[in-house]
Design a protein around this ligand. Structure first.
Ligand SMILES: Nc1ncnc2c1ncn2[C@@H]1O[C@H](COP(=O)(O)OP(=O)(O)OP(=O)(O)O)[C@@H](O)[C@H]1O
Ligand SMILES: CCCCCCCCCCCCC/C=C/[C@@H](O)[C@H](CO)NC(C)=O
Ligand SMILES: [Ca+2]
Length: 504
């Protein structure tokens, strides 16, 4: 009876095999004398995902060989057929590379680390190297997107945002939905986006995969992972401004972004420089926030549990969404629910639809936020001393609870509106013109850092023009090639049922 031998003893679920290839078996590689006397050997190599520490994935391989050519072919054929049955895997991808994102390494990263893996997995690609901002977004309105199984962006959060706007915008256009209507039920986008991180913050990649690593992300794309994602729409006066999936930040994060845009030449360091400058300036802003609590979801921003692969809370929201679309026509009760109103002076107003974990802040701005529960966490940091604000910021980087301060409030919301004091004054026409012209800072208290100019909104790394905004979370509006952060990758692999070892 002919036997199959292998170079490695390993246990690999079919779902984690990248490719199977016939191999030239090189006897010289094996320094065992008796092999020299053997008849011609036939071999095939299985490329598979090896899970390393900290959510990092690598491509590993094991070669199997035997003397019987027929047996070897049967194995190769059977494995290839099993791979063909993995229907969620992409075959054709549209790739956009921002050559100027982050440390300007996007093109090199794609060519050296990602393209060889896509080619190993027999994925065909159309690659566009962007020539200017909005190139990818505009292009997505022109190409036949329906022939692709997914769109990949190589760059940072800003590049992802472009691709997301292109895809969501295109879906609404093709379905006749008016994006300017803040109450419109948007059409879900089923074409998945893959992110190859090559930016400065890479928060969306980190929060959905657990690491910013191009090879890991490429492997998630190859395996055909699928992670639904909440998207917030931002409007001003019935005009659509932007979509957001990570941070919508007014005050501190808005000011950092505005300052850092002038320092793009610094690369990722610009955020540290502008962060320090903004921290020292200690500006706070007056305004009114009205929000509707997210009553449909059971979680709370103060939960100890985190959103992880297969998250129960996100699954519940998915079920609710499916029920809602079945009952289409029966309008749901958003308008009837009560609005809560908060007025105050704030150093930062942050609304996050996901944790916003990134290498700078590994647990994120709201560690218990969910990727796909149809809600955002609204974090209000009220006027406090510089020292207290520093304590708050430092808690983004350690294990302590960043919401455990008397000057920080957090709410899980499904929609909110913000109006700055300045625009309220403007609208009610009681604005003192002298204030507008001369006083950048509060004339009553010159040293109090109370800014009577508006801050701007940082929307996933892009500045918005209006300070008054209306924001609504659209549950699971789009999908990524990701699976959320895994609890413990190694254990999961060891417990999987479908494996080569079982087949052997
Ligand atoms: N060829 C290009 N030239 C100039 N700008 C571009 C080009 N291609 C894309 N962009 C724009 O560059 C902006 C920033 O890119 P990207 O997000 O990749 O890097 P980053 O800003 O360094 O990283 P992060 O967003 O993670 O902080 C994007 O908003 C995108 O619109
Ligand atoms: C004195 C210690 C201060 C440490 C403060 C660390 C906090 C860093 C938290 C960064 C969160 C970033 C959230 C993501 C925002 C992105 O959308 C955006 C675009 O990439 N990035 C930024 C920096 O605005
Ligand atoms: Ca969410």
């Amino acid at each position: 009876m002919p036997q199959l031998h292998s170079t490695e003893n390993c246990f690999v679920p079919i779902s984690e095999i990248i490719a199977v290839e016939e191999t030239e078996f090189n006897k010289k590689q094996r320094n065992i004398g008796r092999w020299q006397k053997m008849a011609k050997l036939h071999a095939f190599t299985v490329y598979y995902v090896k899970k390393a520490r900290n959510h990092r994935w690598r491509c590993s391989d094991a070669t199997f060989w035997c003397e019987d050519e027929h047996l070897c072919n049967q194995w190769t054929q059977a494995l290839k057929e099993l791979l063909e049955m993995q229907k969620s895997r992409p075959k054709q991808l549209l790739v956009y590379i921002n050559p100027y994102g982050g440390k300007r390494q996007g093109k090199r990263i794609y060519e050296q680390k990602v393209a060889p893996l896509f080619s190993l997995a027999s994925i065909s690609t159309d690659v566009v190297i962007t020539e200017h901002a909005n190139h990818a977004k505009d292009n997505l309105f022109e190409v036949n997107i329906y022939k692709y199984d997914g769109v990949v962006c190589v760059g940072g959060d800003g590049m992802f945002s472009e691709v997301m706007h292109g895809l969501i915008g295109r879906m609404q256009k093709d379905s006749g939905i008016d994006q300017n209507n803040p109450k419109a039920s948007l059409v879900q986008c089923n074409i998945r986006i893959g992110i190859i991180p090559a930016g400065s913050t890479d928060c969306i990649c980190y929060s959905t995969v657990g690491i910013s690593d191009p090879v890991t992300s490429a492997l998630h794309i190859i395996l055909g992972d699928c992670q639904p994602l909440d998207v917030s729409s931002v409007h001003h006066n019935n005009t659509f401004l932007k979509y957001s999936v990570s941070l919508l930040g007014y005050g501190f994060y808005g000011d950092i972004l505005k300052d850092s845009e002038k320092k793009r030449w610094m690369g990722p360091m610009r955020y540290d420089y502008s962060g320090f400058k903004t921290f020292l300036s200690h500006h706070y802003y007056e305004g009114t926030i009205a929000y509707q609590p997210a009553k449909h979801t059971h979680g709370s921003p103060r939960d100890k549990e985190r959103c992880r692969t297969g998250c129960y809370i996100c699954k519940q929201s998915e079920k609710q969404l499916a029920e809602q679309s079945k009952e289409r026509g029966l309008k749901h009760e958003e308008g009837e629910e009560e609005w809560k109103v908060i007025k105050g002076k704030f150093l930062a107003i942050n609304a996050v639809s996901m944790s916003c974990a990134c290498p700078r802040s590994p647990k994120g701005l709201s560690p218990a936020a969910h990727l796909a529960d149809g809600s955002a966490d609204l974090i209000l940091v009220r006027k406090c001393s510089r020292f207290d604000f520093l304590r708050y910021l430092v808690r983004h980087t350690n294990q302590d609870d960043q919401f455990d301060f008397p000057f920080v409030d957090v709410y899980r919301v499904k929609c909110f509106q913000f109006t700055s004091k300045l625009s309220e004054d403007n609208e009610s026409n009681v604005m003192d013109i002298g204030k507008k012209r001369f006083g950048q800072f509060c004339r009553d208290h010159p040293a109090c850092c109370c800014s009577i100019v508006n801050s701007t909104w940082n929307c996933d790394g892009e500045t918005l023009d209006s300070s008054a905004v209306e924001v609504r979370v659209h549950c699971q509006l789009m999908k990524l090639f990701a699976r959320g952060i895994e609890e413990d990758c190694k254990d999961e692999a060891a417990h999987s049922q479908s494996s080569i070892e079982q087949l052997l």
